[in-house]
Design a protein around this ligand. Structure first.
Ligand code: ADP
Length: 515
């Protein structure tokens, strides 16, 4: 309690200082120079994640879990991944999996079967948790028993360790689906030799989704007594993410700005009090992207591959995309794209508020996204109204998404909040200039264009306001039409920005080592 009061009294500047210095200081004081990490005995890390590309992916988390472990291993770590064996995993990938054995996982009064399959790919060992009752479903999330499914998964990740014979130094779990791993570890496993020294790190990719459930799961599913219950109780319900914030040794978020923002009620979705209490163990590490996967020079999804020197081939991509979507092609008309989930987070409200004004301009608008039904319907209706300049694709389709990145001139991300955001980085890699709201990772990765100083790699606005967004789009279009040299140089700066995982992976390795 005393600690809480002390934390609450901290000024915003104190908080910023703590976030940027305290965790990093501890990293530095352990002598964690990046280059040394590779020379030491291999750091063993277990990623517990509900999605990992290319096996499963519903958004940024899948991308991160697909790319970061590879980069960590390239830096000398031994990173392995445990993830559910969803029925949606393509059979081509399933075929080469090896059955390692099985165990029974305890969930309250239940004993549930847990098969373990192994797959090695790109230097990474993946362990798949098999239980058809929990994971043979159409969608990854959104089922009536998600509390039970992901409690099972979080506990299975610990139970399989003796069977796969892996003794991690650090367990790194991600978002609410695997948030219970550090909690179960502290409640049930610390007395066992194999588990007693494992350190834990929990990354918040999106604080909006916390895994909040009715209290009735305490005994029935979690099997907790009153003392353990307090770890996951928050604001009258059970909150898996709060449990991880309590129990993990370190909390990270996916950008430095987001690490600061989530201390504020506007962004914290109710978790601000516990986060302010735990401020000393929070830090932000910005995501990267898989630059081998997202490479316009080798991307087979593109109509025409290109690089910085042959950037004009973007026009051929635009032409083919216009043909595909039945839009008129004009090389001089800028194409603005969104590749996004259609949720309130992504600022769709702002777009809808000014879309009539926006589409009066000489532009083409292409959106690919799925999500809230109301946005899907609204945007599909608008597409009929503006069929010669607006294409709305209500699909999650990676191939089309790449074609859109390759063909467009601008990517629009007016997010209400954005923990990191990958779309703006992928877009820039394809020479597509971002127009973003200054929040979270968008603020950290996009520097606003300054015509006079000739700096910046995009366009941005601060306030969550539709006309602020529109004015910024007008500035971007004005640059495109009337400041051609400025636009070409700006686009070149996008192409030159280093979004590889290397720097962030080095930071993660230092954090693991500090633990
Ligand atoms: P979030 O994780 O909040 O959805 P990010 O920008 O971090 O947002 O990551 C989104 C990822 O999902 C990017 O790789 C983006 O290209 C991809 N994506 C989003 N919507 C679609 C879609 N409709 N079809 C294909 N890929 C999509």
């Amino acid at each position: 309690m005393a600690e809480t009061k002390k934390a609450v009294k901290k000024t915003q500047k104190d908080k910023d200082d703590i976030l940027t210095k305290s965790v990093k200081k501890s990293v530095i004081s352990t002598g964690g120079e990046t280059k040394k990490v590779g020379n030491m005995s291999k750091m063993k890390i277990l990623f517990v994640t509900s999605e990992a590309a290319p096996y499963s992916r519903s958004g940024g988390l899948g991308d991160v879990a697909g790319a970061l472990p590879q980069q960590l291993n390239e830096l000398g770590a031994d990173t392995r991944i445990v993830t559910p064996l969803y029925s949606s995993i393509p059979s081509t990938l399933r075929q080469s999996m090896k059955f390692l054995g099985s165990t029974m996982v305890t969930l309250g009064w239940r004993r549930q079967y847990c098969g373990i399959f192994e797959h090695k790919s790109n230097g990474i060992t993946y362990y798949f948790i098999d239980n058809e009752y929990y994971f043979k479903r159409e969608a990854l999330y959104g089922h009536y028993d998600d509390a039970e499914r992901f409690a099972f998964f979080a506990r299975a990740a610990l139970d399989i360790l003796p069977i796969v014979d892996f003794a991690p130094d650090v367990i790194h779990s991600h978002d609410w689906h695997s948030a219970m791993t550090p909690v179960f570890l502290n409640v049930f496993y610390r007395g066992i030799d194999r588990y007693k020294n494992i350190k834990t790190i929990f990354t918040i990719h999106n604080i909006e989704f916390q895994g909040k459930f009715d209290r009735c799961i305490i005994g029935d599913i979690l099997g907790f007594d009153a003392q353990s219950e307090r770890l996951v109780s928050y604001n009258g319900c059970i909150n898996y993410m709060k449990g991880a914030i309590e129990c993990a040794d370190l909390i990270t978020t996916v950008s430095e700005s987001y690490a600061k923002e989530i201390l504020n009620p506007y962004y914290a979705y109710g978790l601000e009090n516990i986060l302010n209490e735990k401020i000393d163990k929070i830090c932000g590490v910005v995501n990267g992207i898989d630059i081998k996967l997202y490479n316009p020079e080798t991307d087979n999804c593109l109509f025409e591959k290109f690089n910085a020197k042959t950037i004009d081939k973007k026009l051929e991509n635009k032409k083919s995309l216009c043909e595909l979507f039945n839009l008129p092609y004009d090389p001089n008309i800028p194409m603005i794209a969104m590749v996004t989930r259609l949720t309130a987070q992504k600022g769709i409200d702002l777009l809808v508020a000014v879309i009539d004004e926006l589409l009066l301009a000489k532009i083409q608008l292409v959106i690919i996204g799925t999500g809230d039904w109301k946005y899907e319907m609204l945007l599909s209706d608008l597409e009929h109204k503006y069929s010669n300049k607006f294409e709305m694709i209500v699909k999650f389709n990676a191939d089309l998404a790449q074609k859109i990145y390759g063909a467009s001139d601008f990517i629009l991300m007016p997010s209400r909040f954005e923990p990191c955001g990958l779309s703006q980085m992928i877009a820039m890699r394809y020479g597509t200039v971002p127009i973003v709201r200054e929040t979270g990772g968008l603020k950290d990765t996009v520097q606003p264009y300054n015509k006079f100083e000739k700096t910046g790699n995009g366009f941005s606005f601060a306030t969550y306001n539709a006309h602020d967004m529109l004015n910024t789009i007008w500035f971007a279009l004005d640059t495109y039409y009337n400041d051609k040299e400025g636009f070409v140089n700006l686009r070149q700066r996008c192409l030159d920005t280093d979004f590889s995982w290397k720097k962030s992976a080095e930071q993660y390795l230092q954090l693991y080592k500090a633990l």
